[in-house]
Design a protein around this ligand. Sequence first.
Ligand code: ZN
Ligand code: ZN
Ligand code: ZN
Length: 516
Amino acid sequence: MKRILPVCIVMMTAFNVFSQTAPAQPKLVVGVVVDQMAYEFLYRYSEEYTENGFKRLLREGYSCENTHYSYIPTYTGPGHASIYTGSVPAVNGIVSNDWYDENTGQFVYVTQDNTVTPVGAVAGNQQSPRNMLTTTVTDMLQLSNQQESKVIGIALKDRGAILPAGHTADAAYWYDGAANAWVTSSYYMPTLPTWVQNFNAQKPAEQMMNRYWNLLLPPTSYKSATADSVSWETVYIGEASPKFPHYMNFTGNSEAIKGTPFGNTLTANFAKAAIENEGLGKDNVTDFLCVSFSSTDYVGHAYGPHSVEIMDTYLRLDRDLADLLMYLDTKVGKGNYVLFLTADHGVSPTPQYMESLNIPAGTTTEVMMTDTMNDILHAAFGPGEWIKAYTNQQIYLNDSLLLAKGKTKKEIFSALYEPLLKINGVAYVILINELGQATLNSNIKELVINGIYPKRCGDIQILYEPYWFEAYRPTGTTHGSHFSYDTHVPLIFFGWKVKPGALYRDVQVTDIAPTI
Ligand code: ZN
Ligand code: ZN
Ligand code: ZN
């Protein structure tokens, strides 16, 4: 937990220059999370960004250029929880997007809550922030003023809306493709507000689909991206090749908007509707709007961070951000709101692309790893379900079988250790209980420890080499590792009382909540 305190002091110094005209507190705080936005996206497409989106944030805001995640796995649920709680999974309990529960023998989805009912959503879409053990900065705002603030979370992804808005939120809305609507949970309210019903009644997603996704700019503007149709890109549903123009087929596939840049536009439009209809930033009690742009993640997974598709998605997000900032200037007033922009994790370059450049990279699969581990354990200890689950690169051992057969976790670990290290791409195999003694670089060790909440985690951790991961499909890419391409994210503060500037020393994502 190094460096947290000094960074906060530096940040306070940076913000302690009070302007004469600004109100004593901002009318609105806007948290913007761009899902899967690696740091380099702030600059890689600079030439094609407008002056009023990312460039405006950098020009008028305060940018912490070396902001990193301090735990693994660098996934969406833990990322949003870390940003808003100022803590790591070891403290907030959000150890992944889903984990195995040894008591029930079931996998738990990060925001799954069977005690609540869906509101506007299809059956089974039951969500709340209850699995998050700590308070968020949004909770602390509500605790400071008897819940007089309005706090709303918005994202296409449920977890991207629910975790940021916290336990005391007025609402979290996410997009349910099956319902073709923005939806919520009985955790917050019994029925959707009229303005949300009206918004949904316009069928805004459908209006953006059933047409071609064309390049925003002339093809010559995409010099920062690789060729369009390469073998590691995922083919969009119903298409012959992963190539522009992409036909966005919505019919019978209403989730599809998520995997296009227009999912971000839909999110921005819904956020503006929330500001308007909920009167966010209208009175003198500070409100908090948490917006997470999920489409960058879907597009990034499918085509990779060097693709034309992801470049086009960022160019369009830049325009959406410029528009949102302008809207906030008009509706809430320039200087009356403070905004931060960051990401929930970065992304790995596509392994096949790296291999094409002779850079070591590759993939395994969860199934291949599980089969290998079962084979090893059956050969060593005989038949039986020695492994209850393998997920998030963690092995959950069968405690009752170990007890019945008189085996220790260390014996199982010893049997697995050498054979697993022989698998291409595997760098480390670690017995989590003995992490302290593991021969492991201290920075990596700290990231692993920060990600462990014992009740929800497994017994053995596997770490991969750079640009290696367990792929869930043969094309595209993912994130989750301790490498800087996954941990290094943008962080910009902008607006109310923020002086333009930049900080180049190390900052951790857990610094965001206390700074806000
Ligand atoms: Zn994410
Ligand atoms: Zn393509
Ligand atoms: Zn992702």
